[in-house]
Design a binder for this molecule. Sequence first.
Ligand code: PMV
Length: 335
Amino acid sequence: MVMMLMKATAIANSNIALVKYWGKRNSDLILPYNSSVSMTLNNLNTKTTVEFNKTLSEYEVTINRKVAKGEELARVANHLELLQNSSPHKIFAKVRSESNFPKKAGLASSASGFAALTLAGTKALGQDLTVKNLSILARRGSGSASRSILGGFVEWTKGSLPDGLDSHALQIKKEAHWPELSMIVTIISTEEKKVSSRAGMSQTVKNSPFYSAWLDTIESDVEKMKQAISEKDFIQLGKIAELNAIKMHATMQTTTPPFIYWEAGSLSIMKEVLKLREEGIECYFTMDAGPQVKILCQQKDIETIKSRVTEINLVKDIIICHPGKEARLTEDHLF
Ligand code: PMV
């Protein structure tokens, strides 16, 4: 008898939110309090091979050439169990995943990671899911992963159903709509962060006095951002993205105990961005749950901004990104 090979490999790009997701209304299903908007990035990606194998007696997971253990292993294993929900007999799997950028440092490694794991895992199980269903499943691994299933500019609609079936990504525009929109990702530190976005969000929702203020303006930010993307209005996009990121960080800094993802280098870059703007160079910053600063700019200004940022000696590396494509399958397996 020929054994069917239950193996597949997927590549997913990371995404950076232009209007952030921050706070869950349901932590089990990962349902957000607010909708969010992101740009999928062409140069930050994760490739993942999944092979289900009846001869295995446990999950074997390697991430960036290191064997996953503890909570990291549990998150991947739980996700693979979820993908097999409809089948009566659960099978263990071997997983190998590699990203071309540091994980857990605020570069959305869980976004590309869980998007690639969802696509590879479901394909290995012989399932051919719609983009909507892939996004719903990816969301269960990590909220931001729901957006990495799609390319270009993406909205994750918060939805209102208790089962979360209306909380998934929708494409606003394809990557070809605005290929010259640029994001300069500056790496300040590659150390893994101390407060995960999961823990940080939950604490913020619980006790930041600013959390309700965050929710008060968020849906208007989403609408204005979608319009800026459709009209390719760079200044409007930059202004909304920057203020939205500052508002999100203000909620974290006002929890008890407070947490601050900014490092000295992050602040230096934020100030440099403001200075560049005063000099007439249009650029804006955004930051996530980590110290890296991402600068939004237009293609024509990349070199000027890059050279100014390089002069700040706290910057370890710079990655230039443009809108990238959706999660996809490949035959080029990692094992
Ligand atoms: O999906 P998570 O748990 O990685 O949370 C992402 C949170 C932010 O990156 C800060 C915002 C966002 O929308 O991506």
